[in-house]
Design a protein around this ligand. Structure first.
Ligand SMILES: Nc1nc2c(ncn2[C@@H]2O[C@H](COP(=O)(O)OP(=O)(O)OP(=O)(O)O)[C@@H](O)[C@H]2O)c(=O)[nH]1
Ligand SMILES: [Mg+2]
Length: 397
């Protein structure tokens, strides 16, 4: 996955922001951890020059931090399961890793381009984080010693085989265990290698909560709409989905004309600490966005993301056990159709209520890790966003 990115085109908008107004100004919205930044990174990989050296440096930091957090999480889970490490040297190594993990915080204050990045790829600016990274010695030996410990290995097997259920109220822990841990531990040898150069796949699998606001500009070649020019200048804004980050949505929606709302299909079985279903809450958030006056002027594309995880989960779980009015079979298609219909009904009702039906709203399922799929979906959506016949592109379910 992510393999389609390297062959993709660059264009004249790879550098500083263009003087002219973009043809499409989109904003990524949705609950935390649903895949907004992953879609945003796909845009960088697909439609720009890929990652800059600076972005790869940052990625190295963050992957290693994901790795340290994952190893330490295994130790913590072991304790809750009553598995204790017997080797004192391993215990000492864990203590050192706990101290090391804070060094691997990428300090955005040091990085002039990280927050409110206006699409600039200024390689000439010295990155203090890069210098710090060069001086930092990654505790590879400690990491491997802990990872190879039989107790940690036992916990690891429980975690990846799903025979350990994480406390639902521990959302930070859930993100590490479900998002970061499987990937970084599968790639542990490569990530600890001092010569490591992060790949596009690393970029897509990284888990980092968005706290700033990032923008990129790029141009895409559209499907032949017959009506519009084939090249489109796009701007995209990525904002975090955590409650405190949602307060920024309104400010950044002013110039936007297209909302890309991302929801996670993988969350159908997730019960939040207050007892509500996570996916249902995401649909409510979508409802709020659609009904908010500050978004009335925007068309809406809903990406039902993480379909790959839905497919895996439906091998052992039934949607009907989690969502009361689901009457379909255990087939993935039924689940997707149900969710799409739900979204569609809500979107159509609200679109009519809020904007007299003038707004275009569509849903499409995605796996944000799949570059080809994301490229097709984005080009279809962007074509549609500039064309009144939004549903004529056949991409929407
Ligand atoms: N398996 C799978 N993982 C995905 C998919 N999309 C995103 N992820 C992973 O989910 C994790 C969270 O994705 P992000 O893009 O950081 O989520 P976000 O919506 O930007 O989260 P916030 O910034 O906190 O609002 C990352 O580790 C991604 O690699 C998908 O379609 N399938
Ligand atoms: Mg994000």
């Amino acid at each position: 996955m992510g393999g389609g990115a390297s062959k993709k085109k660059c264009n004249e908008t790879c550098g500083p922001l263009p003087a002219r107004k973009p043809d499409v100004d989109m904003i990524l919205l949705g609950a935390p951890s649903v895949g907004k930044s992953t879609i945003f990174r796909q845009m960088k990989l697909l439609f720009r020059n890929g990652l800059t050296t600076k972005e790869r440096t940052r990625l190295t930091f963050e992957l290693r931090q994901n790795l340290l957090l994952s190893i330490l999480k295994l130790d913590e889970i072991g304790l809750t399961m009553g598995f204790f490490i017997e080797d004192e040297e391993v215990e000492e190594a864990i203590t050192r890793l706990k101290m090391a993990v804070t060094d691997y915080d990428y300090d955005e204050r040091d990085d002039e381009n990280a927050v409110e990045n206006q699409g600039l790829q200024n390689e000439s600016v010295v990155d203090p984080n890069a210098e710090r990274l060069q001086e930092l010695e990654f505790p590879s030996e400690d990491v491997m010693q802990v990872f190879k410990d039989p107790t940690i290995q036992k916990v690891y097997q429980h975690v990846i085989s799903g025979t350990f259920e994480l406390d639902q109220s521990d959302s930070a822990g859930r993100e590490i265990v479900q998002e970061a841990l499987p990937y970084v531990l599968r790639n542990i040898e490569r990530i600890i290698d001092p010569e490591m150069i992060p790949s596009d796949d690393d970029c897509l699998h990284l888990r980092r909560m968005t706290t700033g606001v990032e923008k990129i500009t790029y141009s895409v070649t559209l499907k032949n709409t017959g009506k519009y020019s084939s090249s489109l200048l796009c701007m995209c804004t990525d904002i975090g989905g955590q409650a405190q980050e949602q307060t920024k949505w309104e400010v950044h929606s002013k110039t936007a004309d297209l909302i890309v709302f991302v929801a996670s299909l993988a969350d159908f079985d997730r019960i939040l600490p207050d007892g509500s279903n996570s996916f249902t809450m995401q649909l409510q958030l979508l409802n709020q966005v659609i009904c908010a006056p500050c978004f009335y002027h925007c068309n809406v594309i809903v990406l039902l993301n993480k379909q790959d995880i839905l497919i895996e989960k439906l091998k052992t779980k039934n949607l009907a056990d989690y969502i009361e009015d689901f009457g379909g079979s255990t087939k993935v298609e039924d689940a997707v159709m149900y969710v799409q219909e739900k979204c569609q009904i809500m979107l159509e009702q609200d679109a009519e209520k809020c904007t007299n039906g003038s707004r275009q709203v569509q849903t499409v399922t995605t796996c944000a890790l799949d570059s080809n799929m994301v490229e097709n979906v984005l080009i279809g959506a962007l074509s549609a966003a500039t064309c009144s016949a939004i549903s004529s592109f056949g991409l929407f379910g």
